[in-house]
Design a protein around this ligand. Sequence first.
Ligand code: AHR
Length: 498
Amino acid sequence: MNQMNQVHVRVHPHVRGPKVERFVYSQFAEHLGRCIYPGIWVGDRKDIPNDGGIRLDVVEALKALEIPALRWPGGCFADNYHWMDGIGPREQRPKRHNLWWKQSESNAFGTHEFLRFCEMIGTEPYICVNVGSGTVEEARSWVEYCNCVEETHLTQLRAQNGAPTPWKVRFWGVGNELWGCGGRMRPDQYADLFCQFANFMRRTDPTIELIACGSSSRNMEYWNEIFFERLFSYRLHHWGPLFEYLAIHHYLGRTLSDLNFTDDDYYGLIGELDQLRKHVEKAAALCRAYSTPDAPIRLIIDEWGTWYVEAVTENGLYQQNTMMDAIVAALGFHLYHDYAEDIFMTNMAQTINVLQALILTKGPKVCKTPTYHVFDLFKGHKDGQRLPVDVSSPPLPRVEGRAAVSVSATRAPGEKGQITISLVNAHLEMPASVAIEFGQPVTRVDGRILSSDAVRDHNTPDEPERVVPRDCKVTPNVDGTVTIDLPPHSVAALTVSL
Ligand code: AHR
């Protein structure tokens, strides 16, 4: 008989914690590699079904996920992007060189196309403006073009270009990685520029929510601290709060291979999540320290996910996506649930064909990655209130201080709100039998599980259904507990009604 880890979980269904913002399950799409072209935009290609240039297979797959927000146009690309290149008749738009990702930019996919795509998939747009090589006026006028009602030259231009009604874009990022591709700036230098950009953007539309560029894993020790110190040393806050969010970036697995990883590599990658936790903890503590009741600052992780050695500029940061990625995504979300008070949004990099993608394309074919399926399984957590869970699990081998099985629970608002429980068995060999207790009988429980024989299993556009979730058996016991069996390296989600 196979050995099995025995895990016991106690969920406290009536102790409602902070809300897990739905925006935690957001995405990021950049003009990089094959993300936008042809991941989203296929123009007048006849071999790929599209609506006015936007491919419909991708729309269908993303719509089903109900992605709350999509960050665009970069990334490094944002600080070299001039938005006016991407409006007006497409045949007249200038061709440019994509400086960071060394490819040609047709500008066929610009503001109108992006915002139409967002409408098609039902997501909130999040636009990142150009600080590194742009001007304050350029950023300000983009806000005016997108959001303002008053008749001005720019809003008339928008109407001429087919959008008489403003889109009212809510989220605006003030530059990207200003410490790196965004301009190799010092944090105090960025703080000064940030004030200028934020001031004019906000004055143009006071309802927008602004996002400041925070640290990466490489400069987390000082960037945010100096930025905040400098910004708040002005003492000009009678002008009102300048921004709502600080955004950090954190990639994992930079020395590992997407498919040719060893078991040690796998456990090492899971161990790296502790660094992400430290990064989040540090940045969240600063946000808390500088928040006031009428001007809270919350945390965004607007680029995160795996980045393996295969993903290089020459291949447009393309990499494969296995059950290992699914486990990392799921554990990442559990971490973010732990910081539900602090974290407002996270945007995994990147939606299609780049880094830890949700979708891979090959000509007219597409596949959903294991990471896509985690986003799908975890849908029930969005806007749920976190519930305390006590987990007693054997440890995960080779990763100090981590349990083999991780569990997170949320409850939808309302007295009878449904409970979503996600479970990750990160152990490579041992299945787990998990008994979950609620302190009262359950009325109904449904479960879905994502697992595969090998942790390296993955989907391709030619073989799209190798790793797919399936309904799983969850046994309600007479004593009010439910039991679920988790194979090695698997992710499951239960919906429970009491
Ligand atoms: O996501 C790929 C790149 O990683 C982004 O363009 C940049 O912001 C980060 O360094």
